[in-house]
Ligand binder design. Structure first.
Ligand code: RNT
Ligand code: ZN
Length: 416
């Protein structure tokens, strides 16, 4: 089937394919820098990952310097359609002689991200930001909820520094900066006091957000989690804590990571619940396999359902979308590109659903036809439209980009 025929099939359902393609091009999706080096960062010599997260695999060729990471990101950007926004962790600060060399996380400044700003500016990208409350000697192992005031103060100062850096990124790049707060604070075994850490966590968030910022440009988020490796029994920033915290103030939004819930819970069902109350929310799109394993995002049912929810709620400008996974067992550039393209596919697929018609069937109680329609839409000629989207973005079609990765692996990665 040709693109023209495919377009006609969708048009028969009242779908404007050109409008769907044009719309998707305007939607920023944040690309997580941490897929390129297994969440290593540049600020610590000891690269052991803590905070309940884990990368597995030892595929050769990972980026070990800012220049290598940027080179890899450029390769990714060349192979994905759509609007890429960068997403940095504080641990990716760049220290050099020009900016005075290394400082600890409580002392980082905008100047440590000047090279990233230059990188984004040259590519017309915005940038999101994340304070890094893990993989650091000051994790005792708690951070923002620690009973040790010296520890907590250190991490609050880190959070405040990150607010200033987020403001800098938003100002320099002229695009909003989503600043996500996630800390893996919790306990391996049954705690004696669940309230104390949660009260301290709240106070720490309040102190961090007391740092002045422009609420129209910087969007702080609270990311919840159910459990992590080594913190199986109790997580301070649970789903309820984060929802309540975000609800308690007008300058903090909820961030939902679909790897952070019990395995039968789905974020696709949670989006509308938050949007019924809040103007904005944020997502980390990942793929948990039995646990928060952060596998590469696929074009699977839940990714499609998440995308459909955002589109059906007419919320492409209300939901900040970011990727969050880290696979060290396969070519890392391919992992990045596969996940980014799949999220784009899911969004395009969602934009090609006759949502008004389906809603009408639901409201009229015609669940028989609703089921039939939803099933038949699965085999509509989506591939032709996807190809056209890639073409119109000037990016490779499926089948064309992997050879580029193999070439890059041979010429660049294998020499590292
Ligand atoms: C961890 C959270 C968090 C991290 C990144 C690196 O479970 O998902 O978002 O993955 O901040
Ligand atoms: Zn996450």
């Amino acid at each position: 089937m040709s693109y023209t025929d495919a377009k006609k099939k969708y048009a028969a359902l009242g779908i404007d394919v050109d409008a769907a393609i044009a719309k998707l091009k305007t939607v920023p999706v944040a690309l997580h820098c941490w897929q390129g080096d297994d969440v290593g960062g540049f600020d610590q010599k000891e690269k052991s990952l803590t905070g309940g997260i884990q990368t597995t695999g030892n595929y050769p060729g990972k980026a070990t310097t800012p220049a290598e990471l940027m080179q890899d990101i450029d390769k990714v950007v060349a192979l994905v359609p759509g609007t890429v926004k960068m997403n940095l962790h504080a641990s990716y600060a760049i220290f050099d002689d020009e900016n005075g060399g290394w400082v600890d996380r409580d002392k980082i400044e905008p100047k440590h991200f000047a090279k990233w700003v230059k990188f984004c500016k040259e590519r017309g990208m915005g940038c999101d930001f994340n304070p890094t409350f893990f993989s650091h000697p000051m994790c005792d192992p708690l951070t923002l909820s620690s009973p040790n005031e010296e520890t907590r103060k250190f991490w609050i100062e880190h959070g405040k520094a990150c607010v200033r850096i987020s403001q800098y990124l938003a100002d320099e790049l002229g695009m909003p900066c989503v600043m996500n707060i996630w800390a893996g604070d919790g306990y391996k075994d049954i705690p004696a006091d669940r309230l104390g850490p949660r009260v301290r966590y709240k106070d720490s968030f309040d102190q961090i957000l007391s740092e002045p910022f422009d609420k129209t440009k910087v969007f702080p988020c609270a990311e919840s989690k159910v459990f992590g490796i080594g913190v199986e029994s109790y997580t301070v920033g649970s789903a309820e804590w984060c929802l309540k915290y975000a609800a308690s103030r007008d300058d903090c939004i909820s961030l939902m990571d679909n790897g952070h819930y019990h395995p039968t819970e789905v974020v696709s069902d949670k989006i509308s619940a938050v949007l019924a109350y809040d103007k904005h929310m944020a997502l980390h799109v990942t793929r948990g396999v039995r646990w928060d394993s952060d596998h590469v995002v696929l074009f699977d049912d839940e990714t499609k359902e998440i995308a459909k929810e955002i589109v059906r709620c007419d919320a492409l400008d209300r939901v900040f979308i970011a990727l969050d996974y880290f696979d060290a067992s396969i070519n890392r550039i391919s992992a990045w590109v596969t996940g980014f393209r799949n999220l784009q596919k899911a969004l395009l697929f969602a934009l090609l659903q006759p949502n008004d018609m389906l809603k009408k069937l639901q409201d009229e109680g015609d669940f028989t036809q609703l089921m039939v329609m939803q099933e038949e839409l699965k085999t509509y000629p989506f591939g032709e439209i996807w190809d056209e989207y890639c073409r119109s973005c000037g990016k490779p079609l499926d089948g064309e980009w992997y050879p580029e990765i193999a070439k890059y692996e041979k010429e660049v990665l294998s020499k590292r």
